[in-house]
Design a protein. Structure first.
Length: 189
């Protein structure tokens, strides 16, 4: 039923897809069709519907992580939006605003990553690229975060660049092994 309603609204083109998708997800979550895994399934459905509508940011930036990072806001928006849902008297705006905010933040993060790659130029070294990433970072970060933020670099290039940045005093290394974190030296003092 909700799938048919969604498709019908798409076909009539009366509401933009970026408004319809959160409404569909809200309905899915209110129906709560499974005993377990409704949240995970809703995030997969969000990706699918965004991809079908031409919004591909989820291929590069984790929408699921963006939601997990703002879990309290997610549950707050969901609670406000599902109030009165069973009686058809709910207001989906809080959930729509929340989801649009998540999608926008993912596009901004993607834009930032593309800018790092573009600003670093074709002849930049892995050291230059990782340094640009690190200098733009606030707080601690891991090698995995650098790899995600500098997608054209491989693991060994990132490791080498991080070692040089620690050696030249730009970064401070904390911990060892998989739990190693880095921070700008000027932010720790």
């Amino acid at each position: 039923m909700i799938c048919e309603s969604y498709q019908s609204a798409l076909d009539r083109e009366v509401v933009d897809e970026l408004i319809l998708i959160p409404c569909f997800i809200l309905d899915f979550l209110c129906v709560h069709p499974f005993n377990d895994g409704n949240g995970r399934m809703s995030r997969l459905l969000t990706l699918l519907l965004l991809y079908r509508s031409g919004y591909l940011v989820g291929q590069y930036i984790s929408i699921e992580k963006a939601i997990a990072d703002t879990k309290e806001s997610y549950y707050d928006a969901l609670q406000k939006a599902d109030e009165g849902w069973h009686d058809g008297k709910n207001d989906p705006k809080p959930f729509i605003k929340y989801m649009l905010g998540v999608i926008l933040s993912c596009y901004r993060e993607f834009e930032k990553r593309v800018k790092i790659v573009n600003d670093s130029g074709a002849k930049s070294t892995s050291y230059d690229i990782v340094k640009a990433y690190a200098l733009d970072k606030i707080g601690k970060f891991s090698k995995q975060e650098v790899l995600a933020g500098c997608p054209r670099l491989g693991s060994s290039s990132v490791e080498s660049a991080l070692k040089k940045l620690v050696d030249d005093g730009t970064l401070i290394r904390m911990g060892a092994g998989r739990k190693t974190l880095y921070a700008r030296a000027d932010s720790v003092r």
